[in-house]
Design a protein around this ligand. Structure first.
Ligand code: TQI
Ligand code: ZN
Length: 504
């Protein structure tokens, strides 16, 4: 077998879910740590793993503050052995240059960043599955490659004879390499990272029931995942990513490459110059058929449409509502469907007529309701319907009369609290008890280090808290209890911020 493709701690040996552990380097001793090393490490942690929240004696903090814990979370993040000690592997990693790319991205490349060094990559399917017609397989495989070629300047071409860069086959059990498949379920497929010979080759276990639907194993999703490996992507920590190591069916109609994976491959191959997007237009209610036009009632018209891909875009508010994300700006909102990733722009009024603009919003999923705030009032909505008995004054939450407007709000499901950000302070509302927690407001800058002094918009999504100040976001990763610098706001709107990424 060819070397190269095999040494990226990849694939064939990795069959179970404990995939990351195989990438660990051998444990090393923690002797000979100098004072200088200690100082360097402290500096490193403060730069890349800022402390979040105040933990102090009252234990109110939301992140680790002590050196050992922070070191542990850094080690966990990089897949090192979690010793909490400054061992040589950890020190070595800390001294590596950061390439100007912060750790925000949850995608990962294989070590050595193997990738295809050409712009046309060929593939050949040498053995088809029993579950689907040849035509269906050809179409699905091509669709899976197209997810990538839509966003990176690489073209994939199917050939029917000879040796292709990516050789594809469907076969159960032993199929010619050192990792035979295991019968139904378990391992579904595997792929080699880019390289000569077997590099990029992709095998599908034909003891699976391959389908194009929700039943059985969806070929498009698994092929797209495997081709991610074949192009150089390792598993991602982003639960919404295709490269997240967990099979989950999503609607494949109009399926596009999820954002995290897109950023991952684009970091390797660069961005395919995006075709100009059609201007999103507010989809207004169908015009009444022509006739003598009734005089339009002089309504306060929303101002000009906000610009979707402005790198300086500041959101007024953001929230999830059911399965979509809503980003509010100047009387408009973008709605982004989680799965189809299509984005529409509408006026707030056209959807929730009494509301002309939204300052803050949050979803309380337990009750299947979202709250939209505008000035001193708020409305409860379920999807696009306003619930009865709204608006209500924000004083209902227990704000003093000095609070006339809320900058942003976020519900934190695991604490049952809703945080309200008002200027440079924040409040904590206990949803179950229906009252403000004692001891608030507190200073944002004190408890959320790494943000700044205000929060313009905030939302929770898949267990991550996104807090944005100005055009930039910070992501609070609850699992790792850490605030990480995030993407620009506009990345949620599928904008390409070319300048942010470095290509090799
Ligand atoms: N096959 C594994 C996978 O592709 C093989 C593998 C394990 C692997 N560890 C790896 C490949 C590390 C590269 C790097 O992930 S699988 C999914 C999941 C599989 C799993 O059959 O377990 C998908 C195939 F987990 F993401 F759903 C496809 Cl989509
Ligand atoms: Zn995988």
């Amino acid at each position: 077998m060819m070397a190269g493709a095999m040494d990226h701690c990849v694939v064939f040996t990795l069959i179970t879910a404990v995939v990351f552990s195989l990438c660990q380097t051998a444990p090393s001793s923690s002797q000979d740590v100098t004072v200088e090393d200690q100082e360097k490490a402290k500096h490193y942690l403060s730069q890349f793993f800022p402390v979040v929240g105040s933990s102090g004696s009252k234990g109110r903090g939301i992140g680790p503050t002590n050196f050992t814990e922070r070191l542990q979370s850094m080690q966990e993040f990089f897949g090192l052995e979690v010793t909490g000690k400054l061992d040589s592997n950890t020190l070595e990693l800390m001294s590596k240059p950061r390439c100007g790319v912060s750790d925000v991205s949850r995608y990962q490349h294989f070590s050595g960043r193997p990738k295809w060094e050409k712009s046309k990559v060929t593939y050949r399917i040498t053995q088809y599955t029993r579950s689907l017609s040849q035509k269906e397989v050809d179409a699905t495989i091509s669709q899976a490659f197209k997810l990538y070629s839509d966003v990176i300047p690489l073209d994939f071409q199917q050939i029917n004879s000879g040796t292709a860069d990516i050789m594809i086959l469907f076969k159960g059990g032993y199929h010619g390499d050192s990792s035979p498949f295991d019968g139904p379920s378990g391992v579904l497929a595997h792929a080699m990272s880019p390289g000569q010979g077997i590099g990029g080759d992709t095998h599908f276990d034909d003891d699976e029931k391959w389908t194009l639907t929700q039943r059985g194993i969806n070929l498009l999703l698994v092929a797209a995942h495997e081709f991610g490996h074949a192009l150089g992507l390792d598993h991602s920590r982003d639960p919404t990513a295709l490269m997240y190591p967990n099979y989950k069916y999503v609607d494949t109609r109009g399926y596009k490459l999820p954002r995290d994976d897109r950023l991952g491959v684009q970091a390797l191959y660069g961005v395919r110059t995006p075709k100009p997007k059609p201007e999103p237009t507010p989809n207004l209610k169908p015009e009444p058929t022509p006739g003598p036009k009734p005089k339009p009632t002089p309504e306060p018209k929303p101002g000009p449409k906000p610009e979707q891909c402005d790198p300086d875009l500041v959101f007024d508010a953001a929230t999830s509502i059911m399965d979509a994300l809503y980003f509010f700006k100047d009387g408009y909102y973008w709605k982004r469907n989680s799965y189809s990733e299509d984005i529409s722009l509408n006026t707030v009024k056209s959807t929730w007529p009494p509301i002309s603009s939204v300052d803050a919003a949050y979803e309380y999923r337990r009750k299947n309701v979202a709250f939209l705030f505008s000035g001193g009032q708020y409305w409860g909505v379920r999807g696009e319907t306003i619930l009865p008995s709204y608006p209500k004054p924000i004083s209902k939450f227990g704000f003093p009369s000095s609070v006339t407007k809320i900058d942003s709000a976020i519900h934190v499901p695991w604490s049952g609290r809703t945080l309200f950000f008002v200027k440079n302070k924040y409040w904590s509302f206990n949803e179950r008890r229906g009252r403000m927690d004692r001891g608030y407001p507190r200073y944002i800058a004190k408890d959320f280090r790494g943000i700044g002094s205000k929060v313009d918009a905030a939302f929770e999504f898949y267990g991550f808290l996104y807090l944005s100040e100005g055009a930039k976001q910070s992501v609070y990763n609850y699992r790792f209890r850490r605030l990480e610098p995030g993407y620009l706001n506009n990345e949620w709107l599928d904008c390409y911020n070319q300048a942010n990424y470095q290509y090799s």
